[in-house]
Design a protein around this ligand. Structure first.
Ligand SMILES: CC(C)(COP(=O)(O)OP(=O)(O)OC[C@H]1O[C@@H](n2cnc3c(N)ncnc32)[C@H](O)[C@@H]1OP(=O)(O)O)[C@@H](O)C(=O)NCCC(=O)NCCS
Length: 129
């Protein structure tokens, strides 16, 4: 089951490999979770800033990968924000799994962010809605 909810923050904190992104919550921030028996197996955190959407982080529990959990979270997001202009995100140039996931949804590389991740380049990707 996928729901948009802020009620799973503790579970998200427990499973996430990146605690830093969880600190950057603002009034624009939303969370979508993938649940099985009320356990979070994946989540997607994103900001909606007027007509623009930005993915902050998408994550699937490390024991549950390659089961289309992230795919389903992204599909849910795209449907949720279909009236907006675009979705953008930053991804580490070495993160092939995430890049190939985003390409599957038609995200395109629009800029390079030199040294964005501790010296490793980032890619800014965008999907027009
Ligand atoms: C990236 C991540 C979210 C993918 O989650 P997932 O639930 O395993 O992905 P899915 O099963 O939904 O995969 C959907 C598609 O993404 C691509 N993909 C996902 N994992 C991949 C991998 N390890 N290698 C290559 N392609 C991959 C494939 O195109 C896949 O479709 P397919 O299985 O039909 O070939 C997961 O690996 C993760 O949590 N990584 C750590 C956090 C992270 O890097 N987040 C991205 C930050 S920008």
């Amino acid at each position: 089951m996928i729901v948009k909810s802020d009620n799973y923050f503790n579970q998200i904190k427990e499973i996430s490999d990146n605690k830093k992104v969880l600190l950057s919550k603002s009034p624009f921030t939303n969370t979508i979770v993938y649940l099985e028996s009320d356990k979070v197996l994946g989540f997607l955190i994103y900001d909606v800033i007027y007509e623009k959407v930005e993915i902050i982080y998408i994550f699937t529990h490390k024991n549950c990968r390659r089961k289309h959990i992230a795919y389903n979270l992204l599909s849910y997001l795209i449907n949720e924000v279909k009236e907006k202009d675009n979705i953008t995100l930053e991804v580490n140039i070495k993160n092939n799994s995430a890049i190939s996931l985003y390409r599957k949804f038609g995200f395109k590389e629009v800029a390079k962010r030199k040294g964005y991740y501790n010296g490793i380049d980032g890619i800014l990707m965008e999907k027009k809605l």
